[in-house]
Ligand binder design. Structure first.
Ligand code: CDP
Length: 231
């Protein structure tokens, strides 16, 4: 395993750009902990759906705020970053289209972001963490020592997400997948609190026509150059 300093690596970018696959590979390669901030927003969205807090598209903000403040939500990751709430694995449920269609409005709520940020700050305190999301390099860890902003064409991203969902047995029409990605990109980049933005000091990775291997070579080169690692 290549040794690099105890830093925080922030990977941000648009929906379904493969940030989590990239982050997991980096974590494996360098012995870092991987943290999926999107899974936290998805877990809170699942909570909203299961407690019936979204009626005709409107979120009962007061009720959600009360639940997070009084009960909290014990989101934790096990077995290569599968998402749990307490001892219940919710990995499958949070990747559903239903959660995807409500997650951006839920994630736009300032008190929801504050709740997630607290958990991310806790996890990042020790360093050696790679986190992916929308605002990690701009707002959660603006001092992260390495920031990568991932992008790819909407069609490529929709195809990847369509294939992923299909592999999990969810046959969602391609147009629906594409529309969801575009809608989330819009809400995520136009919300008031910590919108999706490329940090000025982020390295941009457009992986529209890169294989996973090519992408990893690019990242390894970046990390080795940035931290002067010569083997
Ligand atoms: O996997 P995918 O790129 O589709 O999304 P995700 O990373 O699981 O994130 C789901 C949603 O959570 C995003 O569309 C954002 O609305 C929200 N999110 C956010 O607002 N800030 C983050 N740091 C991470 C995710």
């Amino acid at each position: 395993m290549t040794k690099i300093p105890d830093i925080i690596i922030a990977i941000d970018g648009y929906s379904a750009t493969g940030k989590s696959t990239l982050a997991k590979s980096i974590a494996r390669q360098f012995g870092f902990t991987y943290l999926d901030s999107g899974a936290m927003y998805r877990a809170i969205t699942l909570l909203c759906l299961e407690r019936d807090l979204i009626k005709e598209g409107v979120i009962d903000e007061a009720a959600l705020r009360h639940i997070l403040a009084t009960e909290g939500l014990d989101i934790n990751f096990r077995e290569e970053s599968r998402t749990y709430v307490a001892d219940r694995c919710i990995e499958r449920e949070i990747r559903s289209m239903e959660v995807s269609s409500f997650v951006s409005p839920v994630a736009a709520l300032a008190f929801v972001r504050a709740f997630v940020d607290d958990k991310l700050h806790d996890a990042g305190r020790r360093g050696r963490v790679v986190m992916d999301g929308r605002d990690i390099g701009t707002a959660v860890f603006p001092d992260a020592q390495l920031k990568i902003f991932v992008t790819a064409s909407p069609q490529v991203r929709a195809q990847r997400r369509f294939d992923e969902l299909k592999a999990k047995g969810q046959e969602i029409p391609m147009e629906e997948v594409l529309a969801n990605l575009k809608e989330r990109d819009y809400i995520d980049s136009h919300r008031e609190t910590n919108p999706l933005r490329q940090a000025v000091d982020a390295f941009v990775l457009d992986n529209s026509s890169l294989t996973m291997e090519e992408e990893l070579v690019w990242v390894q080169g970046l990390i080795q150059g940035r931290f002067q690692i010569y083997q």
